[in-house]
Design a protein around this ligand. Structure first.
Ligand SMILES: [Zn+2]
Length: 83
């Protein structure tokens, strides 16, 4: 099994089916994030993640991930926010 790092190398679907959250903690399959990360998300972003998989999901997931990275300080705030 190859070691991968970061969401940038994973497709959203791979990540969704993974049992490891972006933060390194355990999560359930088909859940976008672990409970700890999920709780950090604003309600509006949580609801957005419940949307059926489709055109909008990648953007919603990406948005939530960027938010988490910013909140947790996982990365310097180098990404461009497009809200
Ligand atoms: Zn997490």
């Amino acid at each position: 099994m190859t070691k991968r790092k970061g969401i940038e190398t994973l497709s959203q679907m791979d990540q969704l089916m993974s049992t490891i959250c972006q933060c390194g903690g355990p999560k359930k399959k088909r859940h976008p994030f672990c409970i700890a990360c999920y709780k950090l998300l604003p309600r509006v972003k949580r609801y957005a993640l419940y949307a059926p998989l489709g055109d909008g999901y990648a953007a919603v997931y990406d948005d939530a991930l960027k938010y988490l990275k910013k909140v947790k300080g996982l990365e310097p705030n180098e990404m461009v926010f497009h809200l």
